[in-house]
Design a protein around this ligand. Structure first.
Ligand code: M6R
Length: 606
């Protein structure tokens, strides 16, 4: 997720663009840039305040484009910040989304003598548009032929030096809207920035592009058929828009699950071959083939994702995996072992304990890999190779969408490592297809969020709660309990379901509910026995189960349903109702779920 804003009118553009960008910072904040044909291009690493320092006070331009970035291709540097120009610098472009075939396109452009200043897919898009513009009679024609060559997603804005008051926008899988003012128009990746100029908005549909001048706007489909649509009035205020209409970032981010599960796997699944294409690992195939043992290091939720990954990698790739908590790893004696590798998992890429473990591993000569969300973060730089999650910025302190993407990337990694070893094509295809189904299945679960709210109301006043699960859902039980603790301050414990009889069952009474993750899987019957033991002690049970399972309906007090899926994918889906439950309980108790007490989003101290 990044932010786009563009303006054309009669007022000075730079202050308006800066103001718009600032309101979009929640979409990405690792670098920012502005181009106005009259004043030139300005780019800075960091939040918009850094860019502001570079801008001329006597700027005159009355039109321009701007971008605040959340890196996906290339680190957050000034070179990689948008806007990007074409080879001859006749046009500038800002872009959200991912051009999946940018490598092929770049190869062709390099052969034709183009030189690139950045590592971004966006610069490739700008160059391609420049080439098409050279032979086309209009920008409409150039955009049409360029976008037909692009595979992937885009929301973009383009401005030509030769026609400074005209700006073009296009959308495909990444939102873009135009704002219609009085003798001024603007383009934004959402309404937050547009609201600074006007309340009249038109959202572009996928496959549409728009041309704006201070007095006019025109919307066309990619085959250049004009579509007519009147603007709607923006009813929300800026804060509501940032949260996409949701009351909290946490809910917004939970609701983004389908999009995140789509993005984290985008272009990475070769379904017919049963392979995962993980760009960050491609150059190190041989080293990865030689891994004999993997140590996953992480903290908090990322640690639980690691525990989930252990089951997956051991089952699908046959590599023994150990999972270590970042703050403990350094204090243990490490027996040197040939073929050992470390895998660090971190949303922020800045967690001090995880980082210290990487440094320790490297000091011992161990290959360090990373699964990180924030591109260019310290952990991303410290690891020798890695995979980005592409989950977009996570604002809520309690990790939700980033946790899901960690699980999904681990599934992709298990597929990758498995196919390097003995995983059969049939099983690999089965896993790949199940990963590809996740976004639709996540959407189905989220559509029933009101049912979770009802259950949250029922249990909101409990003092304690137990979460249990087995095998692939063992880690989920801990993560579910952590989520509830973080945002509702209810004492919650995660446990392996089979461990109940070894101690925790002593706590069970009618006031101590248990959430049992019990989808249709190989350990279903065993978990059912654990639930029966709880029910025999009059403990209330909320179950997360596979749609249509009648046995669980009879046994549990309340059931949250998830669609049928193979074991490891059902474990990913089971996380979503637990996130919703924690959210609704926290809200029902009147807490600020986005900023839980005593917690920070990124823990940069040991
Ligand atoms: O940024 P990281 O993934 O490295 O953060 C690790 C933990 O601090 C983080 O997961 C924490 O447990 C969250 N509050 C969980 O919701």
């Amino acid at each position: 997720m990044c932010g786009i804003f563009a303006y054309t009118g009669s007022k000075k553009a730079i202050p308006i663009l800066v103001d718009g960008l600032t309101s979009l910072e929640y979409r990405g904040y690792d670098s920012a840039g502005i181009f106005t044909p009259a004043d030139g291009v300005f780019k800075a690493v960091g939040p918009v305040v850094e860019l502001r320092k570079l801008l001329p006070e006597n700027a005159n331009g009355t039109s321009g484009i701007a971008h605040t970035r959340w890196a996906t291709h290339g680190a957050p540097t000034a070179e990689n910040a948008h806007p990007h120009a074409d080879q001859n610098e006749i046009l500038y472009l800002v872009h959200n989304g991912i051009v999946e075939n940018y490598k092929e396109l770049k190869e062709e452009l390099l052969k034709a003598g183009h030189t690139f200043k950045s590592q971004t897919d966006t610069e490739v898009l700008a160059h391609l548009l420049g080439v098409e513009r050279g032979t086309a009679s209009s920008m409409d024609e150039a955009l049409e032929s360029t976008l037909q060559k692009v595979r992937g997603t885009y929301g973009l804005a383009v401005i030509e030096k030769a026609a400074p008051s005209t700006i073009y926008a296009a959308a495909m899988g990444s939102p873009i809207a135009i704002g219609v003012g009085e003798n001024e128009m603007c383009i934004g990746s959402d309404a937050t920035a547009i609201l600074r100029v006007t309340k009249q908005i038109i959202y572009l549909e996928d496959g549409e592009f728009a041309k704006i001048t201070p007095q006019n706007y025109e919307i066309k489909t990619l085959d250049r058929k004009i579509t007519t649509r009147a603007p709607e009035e923006i009813e929300w205020d800026a804060d509501t828009i940032k949260k996409n209409g949701f009351d909290h970032y946490m809910l917004k981010e939970i609701m983004e699950a389908p999009e995140v599960l789509e993005n984290s796997a985008r272009g990475r699944l070769l379904l017919t071959e049963g392979r995962a294409n993980l760009g960050g690992l491609a150059e190190h195939e041989k080293e990865l083939q030689n891994i004999k043992r993997l140590v996953i290091v992480a903290c908090g939720s990322a640690y639980y994702a690691g525990v989930y990954g252990k089951y997956l990698i051991e089952e699908y790739a046959g590599i023994p995996v150990e999972v270590a908590i970042g703050s403990e790893f350094r204090y243990r004696a490490h027996i040197p072992e040939e073929g050992a590798a470390l895998l660090a998992i971190s949303q922020s890429g800045e967690t001090a304990d995880t980082l210290a473990s990487i440094k320790e591993a490297k000091r011992r000569g161990i290959l360090a890999r990373g699964i990180v969300n924030v591109v260019g973060s310290t952990i991303a730089r410290e690891t020798d190779l890695g995979v980005y999650k592409h989950a977009g910025p996570e604002v809520g302190v309690a990790s939700t969408k980033a946790f899901l993407s960690q699980m999904e990337v681990l599934a992709l990694l298990a597929l990758y490592l498995g196919r390097q070893r003995h995983l059969s094509v049939e099983r690999a295809i089965e896993l790949g297809k199940a990963i590809a189904e996740l976004p639709t299945q996540a959407a189905e679960i989220l559509s029933k969020h009101e049912e979770v709210k009802v259950i949250a109301e029922k249990y909101k006043d409990v003092r304690d709660m137990l979460y249990i699960g087995r095998k692939y859902n063992f880690a989920g039980a801990y993560e579910g309990a952590l989520k509830l603790k973080e945002v509702s301050y209810i004492h919650a414990e995660g446990y392996g379901a089979g461990e109940m009889k070894h101690g925790p069952i002593a706590m069970i009474d009618p006031l101590f509910p248990t959430l049992a993750i019990v989808p249709d899987d190989a350990v279903f019957e065993k978990t059912i026995s654990n639930i029966e033991e709880i029910k025999a002690r009059k403990g209330p049970v909320i179950a997360i189960a596979t749609t249509g399972n009648t046995q669980i309906k009879e046994l549990a007090d309340d059931v949250l349903w998830i669609p049928k899926a193979i074991e490891p994918m059902a474990a990913i889906l089971a996380i979503i109702p637990m996130q919703l439950l924690a959210y609704y309980v926290g809200v029902a108790k009147g807490y600020n779920v986005d900023r839980p007490r005593n917690l920070a989003k990124s823990v940069t101290v040991e």
